[in-house]
Design a protein around this ligand. Sequence first.
Ligand SMILES: Cc1ncc(COP(=O)(O)O)c(C=O)c1O
Length: 390
Amino acid sequence: MTLFDVYPLNDITIVKAEGSYVWDDKGVQYLDMYGGHAVISIGHTNPHWIKRIEDQLHQIAFYSNSIKIPLQQELADKLGQLSGKENYQLFLCNSGAEANENALKLASFYNGRKKIVAFKKAFHGRTSLAVAATDNPNIVAPVNETENVIFLPFNDEEALKEYFKDHGNEISSVIIEGIQGVGGINIANENFLKLIRSLCDKYNAVYIADSVQCGYGRSGKFFSHDYAGVDADIYSMAKGMGNGFPVGGILISPKIHPRHFMLGTTFGGNHLACAASLAVLEVMEKGDLIKQSEENGSYLINKLKKIKEIKNVRGKGLMIGFDVPENIKDLKKNLLYRHHIFTGEAKPNIIRLLPALNISQVEIDKFLQALKKEIAVLSNERKLKVSSPL
Ligand SMILES: Cc1ncc(COP(=O)(O)O)c(C=O)c1O
């Protein structure tokens, strides 16, 4: 049997990881500025995380949601405490797409409406409704196509007001990433988020904060939407929530009431997932990782802004992006193969940095040094090519 070939792969096999480093099968060490796609929040193979999962594994890994699982309540309490959303309700699932799928569905149950407002360049996942609300026709299969989703320009207050004026009473939900990740690290303006809040209030639409990538402390606040001082009705979460253990969830405002069988899942909220998620929050709390993310992020962003060859440095906390000009377009590839540093990307020419929240300044400096060195090499190679075209 072959693997279904959906990913263009780097020819690297990672076999070991610790903190902000990973190692390949030949013993080569790599600095992980990508966090396995924003997933590694507390560092690879964190000892407390391993112990929590290991201990749980010896007790019980899984039983269905037909019985009481006190770990779920423990997780809800800890999440409420760290996020400040103590009066919200928690529903657990297994991935980011599933979290958004449940959020969109719940919104529709809540107000009985069908229309979803999403934004240009949004990415919300690959399940049916989540992908329909994702602004990438290449990954929307004909069966996912729906007229219920409308894409408006990101951060365009007038377009949003206009759409609400004409269709306000049909809109079930507005879904927005506080910082667009796959779309290239685009920050939602605080006033734009405030406007979403007030329009949703006025028309009884549900404000869904997709916090799958920008949430869980990555932005320097628990939810990046917190910067705007607004409360969303539903927050979707995944990625950093389990530090690599597959888990997702939604935080639901008290104004939305549950009824039995409205949502459901076999695996969501299993004992092992709860243990992994609790370990993440415990490490985050003990190490003050949200503050660290804010401080390290500001340090990194300020240093990046001084490198004149890269453009449009932006981000919050440890969710950072910059544009790579054409003359140094091999930067990402060379950082990986020449300097053994993983970074993320966004099309067409953006480098995304999503390291563990507890990355050290020494590691950040190591990255900056390699980045500057590679930019100098690439700029020189380019000059040589231009001056001797043969
Ligand atoms: C903002 C956002 N929402 C949802 C998802 C989907 O998450 P998952 O891949 O866990 O389904 C992603 C994944 O990259 C994401 O970045």
